[in-house]
Design a protein around this ligand. Structure first.
Ligand code: ZN
Ligand code: ZN
Ligand code: ZN
Length: 320
């Protein structure tokens, strides 16, 4: 059901667009200037209310600014080899018992469950990542049961529509889906295909989003169906950045979220969007961006945090 509300929010994206365009035609109406933040942006972006002004205002509505790429923390994916390790939690426990980052001068900032019983480590610097990656891959107690590598962020992702649900837990569903996909399309074992997550589909079906090896993607990209058992399933390339609909950050999913509270998509408050009473929409990503960068150009904040117009979202999308 959690996933369902995510979808509602996704479809709410067009709604928020409409909201902001209505506001645009209203201009700087006094009631829209609730917070200081909004007031400042309204002053910068429009010179309406020409009190005693000569000639029409010349300042144009600014376009979406191009933001510099975000400085990424280094990440490392550790994936089990073979069947020895049954879950992400088990792998984490094993790594914690064998590897002691503090003795190597490595700061591991977080450890999250990842696809295929793996874990994703967030590490402070690329140098530290190299140290811990090497340590895992040469460790006598680890090198035969797991492998550490940089995430292959570049693999194309596809959304496969309406996959029949088998009724097992997430790991069983995932394994069954991948196995059938491989078998039905004669995809070799060496070809990298990973299930990333699923979304609710029609009725008893769910849409799966796997990442697929670029070589394989190349062979299917001009089609829109993959074989699946005695039938076939429709798919499209999936270009959305990974994002969490709980804390609204990019790069992880709700299932892996460490935040204690749901954050609002409509304002910067710590409540669900369903309970929001804020009179205007304010994007938390852009508010945060402006807050961190006290100098330099500011970005507009009058859109929802899940708007497709959000410059932070656009930057994430380019990255993926
Ligand atoms: Zn989150
Ligand atoms: Zn709110
Ligand atoms: Zn934004």
């Amino acid at each position: 059901m959690e996933q369902g509300s995510d979808l509602q929010k996704l479809s709410g994206v067009t709604g928020s667009r409409r909201d902001s365009s209505t506001r645009k035609t209203k201009g700087t109406s006094p009631q829209s200037d609730v917070s200081g933040e909004k007031m400042e942006i309204a002053e910068k972006s429009s010179c309406s209310e020409p009190v005693g002004m000569v000639g029409p205002p010349l300042v144009q509505r600014p376009g979406i600014p191009t933001l510099p790429p975000r400085q990424l923390l280094s990440t490392l994916v550790v994936t089990p080899i073979g069947e020895t390790i049954a879950s992400s939690a088990q792998l984490q426990t094993l790594l914690e018992s064998m590897i002691h980052p503090q003795n190597m001068g490595v700061d591991v900032l977080s450890c999250l469950p990842a696809a295929n019983r793996g874990v994703l480590l967030c590490i402070r610097t690329p140098e530290m990542r190299y140290i811990i990656e090497t340590a895992i891959n040469i460790h006598t107690g680890l090198k035969d049961v797991c492998v550490a590598r940089e995430p292959r962020g570049r693999n194309p992702r596809i959304l496969v529509y309406d996959v029949p649900v088998t009724g097992g837990n997430r790991e069983t569903e995932e394994a069954a889906f991948l196995q059938k996909l491989r078998y039905s399309n004669s995809i070799s074992d060496e070809t990298d295909i990973r299930a990333l997550f699923w979304r609710p589909g029609r009725g008893p079906f769910q849409h799966w989003v796997p990442s697929v090896a670029p070589e394989y993607f190349h062979t299917i990209k001009d089609t829109n169906r993959v074989f699946f058992g005695f039938g076939s399933l429709k798919f499209r390339e999936y270009l959305e950045p990974t994002r969490c609909y709980k804390c609204l950050k990019f790069g992880h999913l709700r299932a892996n979220c460490g935040a204690s509270q749901e954050l609002c998509t409509k304002c910067t408050g710590a409540h669900s969007y369903k309970e929001c009473t804020a009179p205007t929409v304010v994007c938390r990503h852009c508010t945060e961006y402006n807050r961190r960068r006290r100098t330099g150009p500011r970005v507009r904040t009058d859109h929802s945090a899940i708007s497709v117009r959000c410059p932070i979202y656009i930057r994430e999308r380019k990255k993926s």
